[in-house]
Design a protein around this ligand. Sequence first.
Ligand SMILES: Nc1nc2c(c(=O)[nH]1)N[C@H]1C(S)=C(S)[C@@H](COP(=O)(O)O)O[C@H]1N2
Ligand SMILES: [Mo]
Length: 328
Amino acid sequence: MLIRKPSDIKSSEITSRDHYVDRRSFMRGALSGAAMLGAAAVGADRVADLISPRTSALAGTKLETVKSPLSTTGETLTTYQDITTYNNFYEFGVDKGAPSKNAGGLPTRPWTLKVEGLVNKPQTFDIDTLLKMHPLEDRVYRHRCVEAWSMVIPWVGYSLSELLKQCDPQSKAKYVEFHSYFDKKVEKWYYEDAGINWPYTEGLRMDEAMHPLTLLTMGLYGEVLPNQDGAPVRIVVPWKYGFKSAKSIVTIKVTDKQPNTTWNLQGANEYGFYSNVNPTVDHPRWSQKTERRIGAAFYDQRKQTLMFNGYGDQVASLYNGMDLKKNF
Ligand SMILES: Nc1nc2c(c(=O)[nH]1)N[C@H]1C(S)=C(S)[C@@H](COP(=O)(O)O)O[C@H]1N2
Ligand SMILES: [Mo]
C-alpha cells in the first residue's frame, strides 16, 4: 500500500454472495474427496491446503444482528467476493490477493481481547463473550483506503464505547492504542525488510474512540469476519483512512500519551496520526481528491472523495479549532 504504489488489480470476476458460497462449499466437498484419494501422492501440507485452510473453519457462521440507525444509506454494497479477496493485511503478504490465500491459519479460537492501562476495571474478554455482550448491529460504512480506493461494507459489531465503558476509563485517559495479533510462525508473510514495527499498532484520541461511529467489528455480511478481514475482532473507524482500523486485535491499551503507530512511524508525512479522510490534502505521492470504487462498473468507478469520508455531520465537531490541513 503504503510502501508500494497502489496496485491496480482489477476485480475481474464479480460473483454474488450466494453463488460464491455455493461454489466454495462445492469445491471444498470435491477437494476433500480428491485429497483423500491423493493423500499418498501429494505432500501433507498440500493436502491440508486442499481440505480447507484458505478460510477459517468458522467462515460462514451466521450472526444474529439488528439494523443500525448509524448505517450509511444510498450506496451500492461492495460484493462479498471483493471485500474478501482485495485486502490489506501485511502480516499475510503485501499483494491484495495474499491475505485471502494466506490467512487461513490465523487461530481465531480461543481468542481474548485485553483492555489495560488507565482504566479502573482492566479486563480480558473472551471473543465469545464479546459476541454476546451487546446486540450486534449491521452497520454499512464507506471504507476509504489511503491508497485512493474505496468500498461500501456491511460490517457487524457495536460501538467500541460499549466495551470501553465497561472498563471505566480514568479521567487522565487521553488516547487508546490497539495492538494486532502477531506471530511470525502464523504470519510468515510479514514484511520483514520494510522495517515495519510489528505488531501492527494503531491509536485514536479518547473522544474518537468513544464516538458511536467507531465500531468494534466482529462480522461482515451478517457472518463472522473472514480471517483476511481481521477476524475475530477488529476496529473500524469510517471517517479515517483504512489503515487506522487495526485488524485482529488482542490488546487495547488506554494511555495519556499519543501512541506511536505503525504507519506513522513508517512516514509521518504520509500517514498522519489523525488521518481523517480529506480530499484537500494530497498524499505526497498521489492525489486524494477522488477514489476508485472497487467492483463498480467502469463508468462509475471514480468517486469524489468526501471530507471525513462523508461522516462530517457526525464527527467534524471533534476537530473544532484544529487546522484540518494539518490534522492529516
Ligand atoms: N493488523 C493490520 N491491520 C490493518 C492492516 C494491516 O496490514 N495489518 N491494513 C490496514 C489497511 S491499509 C486497510 S485499507 C484495512 C483493510 O481492511 P479490509 O482488508 O478488511 O478491507 O485494514 C487496515 N488494518
Ligand atoms: Mo488502507
